[in-house]
Write a protein that binds this ligand. Structure first.
Ligand SMILES: [Fe+2]
Length: 298
């Protein structure tokens, strides 16, 4: 059984106060108390904080956290990882408690991106309070998606499909010059079109962007209003993607962290889905500002 969803994202930053304002007042996440000392913890549903950002001397990724169903599935993942000759470490009891999960392991993908796999999130039954957003779309589809660098596409693709059990949903070849193309592969493990996307290009950071899905078009529109009011730059304008059909925009967060907020994603049924190749990123919009690129490294 594959990974079930992207469960959490743990980042670090030298701009904690900027993240506090950006997360709460721009993205509309719910700030809560958490177990990582000095860190910001944000909820978007009844799960433990999906986004945790700890103070550090610069930006980076501590972990992309992926959920499996239970202890048996975690053991299966561990055996696949070991079978592929990749090192895997058990998280300690204290570290699991810090993440509000029953148990987890840590490893790295072929690009060195830090990955954790866990089961048994400890739920928070206090009412979710996100006054700026009508709701975030999570459930079986998890937190959202992450686009990560994969300079060695063949190795990364093997890892994420054969070891982690994801399926190829769509791919794209971007022309980078007369004779060169860059490949992007969109991988899924639940009805969300992609949970991880691999970008072949050498990129200044490992995490190209992460995406959260909101309930309504108005949630995206009001986010754009808040960005304008608060002077938050867009990395890309409003647009509609061709692969997951998401209507979204991309924000430039603290320390150039790129965040996609969108709505209306297609729901994939693996029984009927066959992989496709897109030839354009978006039907319309998504005009990128090249200067604004994420620089988050593991
Ligand atoms: Fe995206």
């Amino acid at each position: 059984m594959p990974i079930r969803s992207l469960g959490y994202l743990r980042l670090r930053t030298a701009k904690l106060e900027e993240w506090r304002t950006f997360g709460t007042d721009v993205l509309g996440l719910m700030p809560v108390e958490g177990r990582t000392p000095g860190a910001l913890h944000f909820r978007i549903d009844d799960r433990p904080p999906r986004l945790v950002i700890r103070p550090s001397d610069g930006p980076g990724i501590d972990a992309l956290g992926f959920e499996v169903a239970d202890d048996r599935e975690l053991a299966e993942v561990v055996s696949h990882v070991k079978g592929a000759g990749i090192g895997v470490l058990d998280g300690t009891g204290d570290e699991a408690a810090e993440r509000c999960v029953q148990s987890f392991v840590r490893l790295q993908d072929p690009n060195g991106t830090p990955v954790e796999v866990y089961y048994g999130p400890v739920l928070d039954h206090r009412r979710l309070d996100t006054p700026l957003v009508s709701g975030f779309v999570t459930g079986v589809m998890g937190m959202g998606h992450a686009v990560i660098a994969a300079p060695d596409m063949a190795a990364s693709y093997r890892f994420w499909t054969e070891v982690m059990g994801m399926r190829i949903r769509s791919s794209m070849r971007l022309a980078m010059g007369p004779d060169t193309t860059m490949s992007i592969r969109f991988l899924g493990c639940n009805p969300r079109h992609h949970t991880v996307a691999l970008m072949e290009s050498p990129f200044p950071g490992d995490l190209v962007h992460f995406m959260l899905e909101v309930e309504t078009i108005d949630d995206v529109g009001m986010l754009l209003d808040r960005c304008e009011q608060r002077g938050v730059a867009l990395q890309a304008s409003l647009g509609r993607h061709t692969n997951d059909r998401v209507l979204s925009t991309y924000l430039v967060g603290p320390e150039d962290a790129a965040v996609e907020i969108g709505t209306g994603g297609v729901r994939v049924d693996d029984a009927t889905w066959t992989t496709d190749e897109i030839t354009k990123v978006s039907f319309w919009g998504h005009k990128f500002v090249p200067a604004a690129t994420a620089k988050l490294k593991g």
